[in-house]
Design a protein around this ligand. Structure first.
Ligand code: 8YV
Length: 329
C-alpha cells in the first residue's frame, strides 16, 4: 500500500475527527491545543504533505517560500481564508481548501443573538443583576429601555451564504432587509426576502438602523467601515460584526461609540485578535464575544468532516469539493 500522507494539524480538533484522521492519514496532532508559534508553523510547512491550519495561522508569502517539495495541500479548518496567501500558494502549486456551508446557520444565529442583545441591552441587564446581587429595587417603567427591532431597517454588508441566512432570520423579526454586495443577489432571494440592493455602500449606510457585517476579509473590504463611512450612519444606529474585525477600523469605531455617534455594537471579532481593546470592554453599549460565531459541537464536527473529505479526495487524485480559487474570492 502507498505511504500515508503526513497531515499536520495546528489545533486540537473534535475527538471523532482526530480519530478518523488517525485511521486515514499519518497525522500529527496538536495534543495540548497551543497556538502554533511562527517557528512551529515554519517547521510544519517544511515537513507536511498536507497542512491543516485555522484562521489564526498566518500563511503568507514568506512562510510559503519555506514550504517543502511535498506540501501539496493546505486544507483549512475554517471558512474565511484571509490568513492564507491563496494566490502565492496557487503559484507554488499548492491547493487550498476551506469548509464553507457548515457554519452558515451557526454564524447567522450568533449574528441574530447580537442583533437582539445590543438594542435590547441583554448583556447589560444580566451584568446588572450579577453586580447588584440582592440589591435590585425592581423594574421601573423608564429603566433599561432599549430600542425596538420591529420596523427597523437592517443593512447587510455581504449577501453570501451567511448574509442570506441572516436575512432569512431577520425578516420574521419585522426587520426590513437592505444589503450591499458586489453584485445583486439572485432574484429569488431578493423576492423571498423583499431585500433591497444598494450598489453603493455610502448610499445605504445613512438609511439603515442596524448594520450587519457578513462579507469576507479581502484587500477590498479591509477597513470598509472607516471613519468617513461610520459618520454616514445615524447616531441611533447599531453595528454587528460576526465576520472579521479588520473590516471595521476599530479605532474609528471606538471613537464613534465613545462620542455617542453610534448607539452600540455587537462584536464577535476584533481587529487585533486575540487582543481586545480595553476601551471597547468599558463601553456599556458594546457586547463583545470571543470569536464564537461558529462555535457549536455540530459545526466543528462538520467542519472537520469537510477537511477530511477535502484531503481524501485530493489524495485520491481528484479535485477536492471545497477548493478555494483565488480569482473568485
Ligand atoms: C472559526 C471562522 O473560528 O471559519 C471561519 O472563517 O472565523 C470561524 O468559524 C474558524 O473557522 C476556525 O479556524
Amino acid at each position: 500500500t502507498a505511504k500515508k500522507p503526513l497531515v499536520i494539524v495546528t489545533r486540537k480538533l473534535p475527538a471523532p475527527i482526530e480519530a478518523r484522521m488517525g485511521e486515514l492519514f499519518d497525522v500529527r496532532l496538536n495534543g495540548d491545543d497551543h497556538p502554533f508559534s511562527a517557528a512551529e508553523l515554519a517547521a510544519a510547512i517544511r515537513e507536511a504533505d498536507v497542512l491543516v491550519p485555522t484562521v489564526t495561522d498566518r500563511i503568507d508569502a514568506r512562510l510559503l517560500s519555506q514550504a517543502g517539495e511535498n506540501l501539496r495541500l493546505i486544507a483549512q479548518f475554517g471558512t474565511g481564508v484571509d490568513n492564507i496567501d491563496v494566490e502565492t500558494a496557487r503559484r507554488r502549486g499548492i491547493t487550498v481548501t476551506n469548509t464553507p456551508g457548515v457554519l452558515t446557520e451557526d454564524t447567522a444565529d450568533m449574528t441574530m443573538g447580537l442583533l437582539l442583545a445590543v438594542p435590547r441591552r441583554l448583556a447589560e441587564g444580566s451584568r446588572y443583576l450579577r453586580e447588584h446581587e440582592g440589591q435590585w429595587p425592581g423594574w421601573s417603567p423608564t429603566w433599561m429601555l432599549g430600542r425596538r427591532l420591529t420596523g427597523k431597517r437592517l443593512g447587510i454588508i455581504g449577501m453570501g451564504r451567511i448574509g442570506q441566512a441572516v436575512a432569512r432570520r431577520a425578516k420574521p423579526f419585522g426587520l426590513e432587509i437592505h444589503y450591499h454586495n458586489r453584485k445583486p443577489a439572485n432574484a429569488v432571494i431578493e423576492q423571498e426576502l423583499e431585500a433591497r440592493f444598494w450598489e453603493n455602500l455610502d448610499d445605504m449606510l445613512p438609511k439603515v438602523d442596524i448594520v450587519s457585517v457578513n462579507c469576507p476579509l479581502t484587500p477590498q473590504t479591509f477597513h470598509l467601515l472607516d471613519t468617513r463611512r461610520l459618520k454616514l450612519l445615524k447616531p441611533e444606529a447599531y453595528i454587528v460584526n460576526t465576520a472579521r474585525g479588520e473590516i471595521i477600523d476599530e479605532n474609528a469605531l471606538i471613537r464613534a461609540l465613545e462620542a455617542g455617534e453610534l448607539a452600540g455594537a455587537g462584536l464577535d471579532v476584533f481587529e487585533h485578535e486575540p487582543t481586545v481593546n480595553p476601551r471597547l470592554l468599558k463601553l456599556p453599549n458594546v457586547v463583545s464575544l470571543p470569536h464564537m460565531g461558529s462555535a457549536t459541537i455540530e459545526g466543528r464536527v462538520e467542519m472537520g468532516g469537510k477537511v477530511i473529505v477535502n484531503i481524501k479526495t485530493f489524495m485520491d487524485g481528484h479535485r477536492p469539493p471545497d477548493r478555494v480559487i483565488p480569482a473568485i474570492m
